[in-house]
Design a protein around this ligand. Structure first.
Ligand code: ADP
Ligand code: MG
Length: 255
């Protein structure tokens, strides 16, 4: 198993947010995690990332045979975990190109590989950026400063394609991803996916799943997964809404 989360219970300020949460993700799979607001989706992403505001009550997360709780944010990234929101902040004075180069250098170093030289990196960056419709002017700008929503998404996907992670977690927070941004994200995922990497796409809405086809869909409620299935699960939720789904969808397998 690539990623195993087993009976994870997490609390914040004495309140349990994740309750016995379990999931297994294999290499080459795309999993979608859905659920209404407040069900704990972002908390899961934050805990995977290694944010420290949470109290781990019980359970474990094993990624590539390593216990993630023994690794900090940086070490998790170097192991091949990518969180789309990891660097969403604006960093004036830090321009994109050296930032991406240092991210990739540190990953190569951890894996005992040779450093990439400037010319080679510049070539790869240009190619990938070109593929994503990012012009060379953007590569000279400071990290996220003054980026539009769409540019932030493009940059996020560029970062993902440069780092080429083994497991990418995309928390598409419900704050109005417009259709263009949605396409940028999903096209990026479709270009990057292969039999050796996996994606966990977190979304409130089914819309995102019109553009990327998950192998599994999980529905979360109140801190745990209450239902797993294939992509038809997502359309059933879209049709009926979560409320109806709780009453009818989760109690029977045939709908
Ligand atoms: P989702 O991403 O599914 O909308 P979240 O993981 O953001 O859900 O939140 C799950 C629950 O945890 C909510 O009830 C939310 O109010 C609570 N919560 C999240 N972060 C905090 C925090 N920093 N302090 C207190 N409660 C929090
Ligand atoms: Mg959220």
């Amino acid at each position: 198993m690539f990623l195993t989360i087993k009976n994870l219970t997490v609390s914040i300020e004495e309140k349990k947010i994740l309750k016995n949460f379990s999931i297994e993700i294999n290499k080459g799979e795309i999993h979608a995690l859905m659920g209404p607001n407040g069900s704990g989706k972002s908390t899961l992403a934050n805990v995977l990332a290694g944010k420290e505001d949470y109290r781990i009550e019980s359970g474990e997360i094993i990624f590539k045979e390593q216990n993630l709780f023994n690794l900090n944010i940086e070490e998790r990234a170097q192991l091949g975990l990518f969180l789309a929101f990891q660097y969403p902040v604006e960093i004036p004075g830090v321009s994109i190109t050296p930032f991406l180069k240092s991210s990739i250098s540190s990953k190569l170093k951890t894996n005992g590989k040779d450093e990439i030289d400037h010319l080679e990196f510049a070539k790869i960056l240009r190619e990938k950026a070109n593929n994503l419709g990012i012009n060379s002017d953007m590569l000279k700008r400071a990290l996220n400063v003054g980026f539009s929503g769409g540019e932030k998404k493009r940059y996020e996907i560029l970062q993902m394609s440069i780092l080429n992670p083994d497991l990418a977690i995309l928390d598409e927070t419900d704050s109005g991803l417009d259709i263009d941004a949605l396409k940028i994200v999903t096209e990026g995922v479709n270009k990057l996916k292969n039999k050796n990497n996996s994606f966990l796409i977190i979304t409130h809405y089914q819309k995102l799943l019109d553009y990327v086809t998950p192998d599994y869909v999980h529905v979360m409620r109140d801190g745990s997964i209450v239902k797993s299935g294939d992509k038809s699960l997502a359309s059933r939720i879209e049709e009926s809404g979560y409320k109806f789904f709780w009453i009818y969808g989760s109690s029977t397998d045939i709908y």
